[in-house]
Design a protein. Structure first.
Lengths: 75, 247
């Protein structure tokens, strides 16, 4: 799941996969703004075939946090 | 067919404008999700659609003003269809009250359905539409939201709120290929308008230049236009369907 999620992050934010680490945080790079955040959420939901709770959409503030959240949905 | 293979969600689909819209969209090839509180009536509409030989449809009975129920229903729909192409926020309540007799319960009831319910559905629908970077959201507003009417301050405020939400959401969602518009019916012959007091009804008819009430099917035609590719460069608009109402 982690590698799949890393690829989604890299493709959605248009950054190299090497930059996608647990510490990667929302709004700390120009590529991860509010618009790309929603693209990212859509890509995660589509790829893992899940629909996140609104709270989880808001809480997804880093790659590390995203791993925890997606795991919660059994993906 | 203008909506072939498209999945469209319609709230308040059990009667009036909602039912007519559902029948119209189904006849244009849409696969429908019929939503609302009145399960039996929704199934009757679904049966009507099936009998017409149109596409299949699914019924979801829930309270459109309850955010948790809305989210849960969207999860079920996402699991079933995986995408959404159109959202028609038609569920609404019309109650009149003069300002001097206005009660909190009345405000709460009207805003819960007309504003909160619409926004909950816009939120969840847009998230599903983002997956394919396309979609069209159509909110059923009202001429009262822009022109006002005695006794309808709360209803008018709720519809003005819907028009405002359309403007902002259209800008926010355009980068995702999602269009957001509203249809503002004037005086349409439905069960809801049939509950108006006689004097208000007469006053309303006197202000229509076409000298007749509109038909739910005539509103449905405009909803169809906004959902289809015929309007692919139209977003952030509120289109009146009012027979030339003068105020």
């Amino acid at each position: 799941m982690e590698q799949k999620l890393r690829t989604i992050f890299a493709e959605s934010l248009e950054i190299p996969e090497e930059r996608v680490k647990d510490e990667l945080e929302y709004n700390t790079l120009p590529e991860w703004d509010s618009i790309s955040h929603m693209s990212l959420i859509a890509a995660i939901e589509d790829s893992f075939d899940i629909m996140l709770d609104t709270e989880d959409v808001i809480d997804m503030s880093s790659f590390g946090k995203a791993k925890e959240i997606v795991a919660k949905y059994g993906a | 067919m203008l909506l072939k293979d498209r999945i469209v969600w319609v709230t308040g689909a059990s009667g009036g404008i909602g039912r007519s819209t559902a029948l119209k969209l189904a006849s244009e090839g849409a696969t429908l999700i019929l939503a609302g509180r009145q399960e039996e009536r929704l199934h009757a509409v679904a049966e009507e659609i099936r009998a017409s030989g149109a596409s299949a449809c699914t019924v979801f009975a829930y309270d459109v003003s309850n955010q948790e129920e809305v989210q849960q229903t969207f999860k079920e729909a996402a699991a079933k269809y995986g995408r959404l192409d159109g959202m028609v926020n038609n569920a609404g309540i019309l109650e009149e009250s003069l300002l001097s007799t206005l009660k909190h319960d009345h405000l709460q009831r009207v805003f819960s359905v007309n504003v909160f319910g619409t926004l909950y559905h816009m939120q969840m629908a847009s998230r599903l539409m983002m997956r394919k970077k396309q979609g069209s959201i159509v909110n059923i507003s009202s001429i009262i939201g822009s022109s006002g009417k005695e006794g309808l301050s709360v209803y008018g405020a709720s519809k003005a709120a819907v028009n405002g939400a359309v403007k902002s959401a259209a800008k926010e969602l355009a980068p995702f290929g999602i269009r957001v518009n509203a249809v503002a019916p004037g005086f349409i012959a439905t069960d809801m308008t049939g509950k108006l007091k006689e004097d208000i009804y007469r006053m309303r008819m006197g202000s229509i230049k076409m000298k007749r009430a509109g038909l739910p099917e005539e509103v449905a035609d405009t909803v169809l236009y906004l959902l289809s590719d015929l309007s692919k460069y139209v977003t952030g608009q509120t289109i009146g369907v009012d027979g030339g109402m003068v105020e």
